[in-house]
Design a protein around this ligand. Sequence first.
Ligand code: 2RA
Length: 344
Amino acid sequence: RKYNVAVVGASGAVGEELFRVLEEVKFPIGDLLPLASANSVGIEVECQGKAYKIEELTETVFEGRDIDIAFFSAGGSISAQFARFAVEAGAVVIDNTSHFRMDPDVPLVVPEVNPEDIELWQDTGVIANPNCSTIQMVQLLKPLDDLYGIKRVDVSTYQAVSGAGKAGMEELVKQMQDFFAFKLDETEIKAFSHQIALNVIPQIDVPQENGYTKEEMKMVNETNKIMHSDFAVSATCVRVPVLRSHSESITITFREGVDVSVEEAREALANFENVKVIDDLEKGEYPMPIIATDTDYTYVGRIRKDIFAENILHMWGVADQVRVGAATNAVRIAQKWIKLEEAV
Ligand code: 2RA
């Protein structure tokens, strides 16, 4: 059977990528309804060889359209205001924003890690897509937690500008152009709190009362919700001048008494769905944004045992933020949701 699909935020970076991913996976689309704010109305989008015009997102736009699946990626306030109208019209909402993520009634899903939670969608009609930096990390944590049992995770991220959408990518490009035109000192700073070209910014999202940023607390809270765990997580989230793949340096402390084997860990990671190991330091082979970009895999390398403790492992993970961290994860959720529907 075919499914009628709506995409809210159709002109954004994630919206555009969704059309590409839906096409690549030959998603069984019946009708497609691209939605955005009034500014984008009339813009044409293409998917699976057909052209569609963007319509305005309103409270009534879902009525009578028989939408089965509505992807939302237009910001938390838009999801807060409009998701319920899609649900009331009979759709399952797969939400890419942070709005519903920590709602205890809404499943927060990375299909490789907790696909079973998709079943809970009926409670609210919404399935939440986790934060990009969390998705790629839990894909690496899950096989190692199954193997040894995690006690604590310490992560530092190197996050691409695509996390701030098209505006973020455009700002990096413009600042690089200004640098080569000897005009960097008068460049516009809008998408980030400081100049991002030739810089790194140790702040993503707003400060919290505990001295962490909201992005860092997303990694703490979302990780344990997805993995149904309660291990300690500490994150330092940093914006770097990379276009669209996030990198993460991850240190995992396993339970007392575990003696980690790098070989065993590497094998568990290599066997995990949608994870690829690139790990040969002698040959200079390890994951990098230029390898991960435009792919649907989460890459891991630099896997090594701590020098001082037997139960600690260090590794380096990279994934495309727009795909693995958003569009592809959302489409994978939709594919699993369809399987569930068709099994009933
Ligand atoms: C970022 N986490 O990288 C955000 C995007 N979801 O800014």
